[in-house]
Design a protein around this ligand. Structure first.
Ligand SMILES: Nc1nc2c(ncn2[C@@H]2O[C@H](COP(=O)(O)OP(=O)(O)O)[C@@H](O)[C@H]2O)c(=O)[nH]1
Ligand SMILES: [Mg+2]
Length: 229
């Protein structure tokens, strides 16, 4: 099975090169697309130099819309794919673990896999956004599904999952909606433990603002999911 990696990136100049290089080395990933979402730094040119196929949203439209653009780009340019793998731009070398997400999808054990990260050490957030996401998944997806990584953006999807989950939800609401749509479609969703790392935000002003925005996006996404039923 051949996968195409979609990497949404906004101001990831520091890490995008290592993320792209690591993803390109993974067995099963045939193509790497970076969607530059109006970055003010050199994200796009660095990603291109690292060997990614770079497309752009032409402004800042958020993670979900960027993923839609990525998928549209794959179709427009005739990239062959049996599945996609979504990776954040800030994984750096740890993107090399993407292979562990592909295997269960390629072998038919799962329709969607989600990378669980190790428990954060030090001052991460307070887990509020995560709890909201877990609630939304249980309430509108499947009560039996115990999400430990509901906000993880690292996911492999086969064609059935792509069909059930697109267009992607807006902004940071995208992950919760991915899980809920897959579960509602009766698909198999599997979390895979990894030791991936990213540029996590802490308990500073930037961190609070980031999680505040994330909270609003996740809440909106859950409200939309509640109306879809
Ligand atoms: N397309 C797009 N991607 C974004 C935006 N903000 C963040 N991202 C990307 O989404 C991924 C996750 O964002 P990040 O800020 O690391 O959030 P967190 O890891 O969920 O706390 C990274 O690859 C970012 O580059 C945005 O406005 N647009
Ligand atoms: Mg991150």
């Amino acid at each position: 099975m051949g996968f195409c990696a979609l990497i949404p990136a906004y101001n990831e100049a520091e890490r995008i090169e290592r993320t792209v290089s690591a993803a390109r080395m993974v067995d099963g990933i045939d193509h790497v697309v970076v969607i530059d979402d109006g970055s003010e730094d050199d994200t796009a040119s660095i990603a291109m130099r690292a060997g990614a196929d770079v497309t752009s949203t032409g402004g800042n439209s958020g993670k979900g819309k960027a993923l839609d653009r990525g998928l549209a780009h794959m179709i427009e340019t005739g990239i062959h794919f049996d599945g996609i793998i979504l990776l954040d731009g800030d994984l750096a070398d740890s993107a090399s673990q993407a292979g562990t997400l592909l295997e269960p999808v390629a072998s038919g054990k799962a329709d969607m896999t989600i990378a669980a990260f190790p428990r954060p050490t030090g001052n991460a957030g307070f887990g509020l956004v995560k709890r909201l996401a877990v609630f939304g998944i249980k309430r509108y997806g499947n009560r039996e599904f115990n999400a430990t990584a509901p906000l993880s953006g690292q996911r492999a999807l086969n064609r059935s999952a792509i069909e059930a989950c697109t267009p992607f939800a807006v902004g940071y609401g995208v992950e919760v909606a991915l899980t809920v749509h897959a579960l509602r479609a009766g698909l198999t969703v599997l979390e895979i433990p990894t030791t991936m790392t990213h540029a996590a935000t802490g308990r500073d002003v930037a961190g609070f603002l980031h999680r505040g925005r994330q909270f609003i996006h996740v809440a909106r996404s859950i409200m939309r999911l509640s109306r879809e039923r």
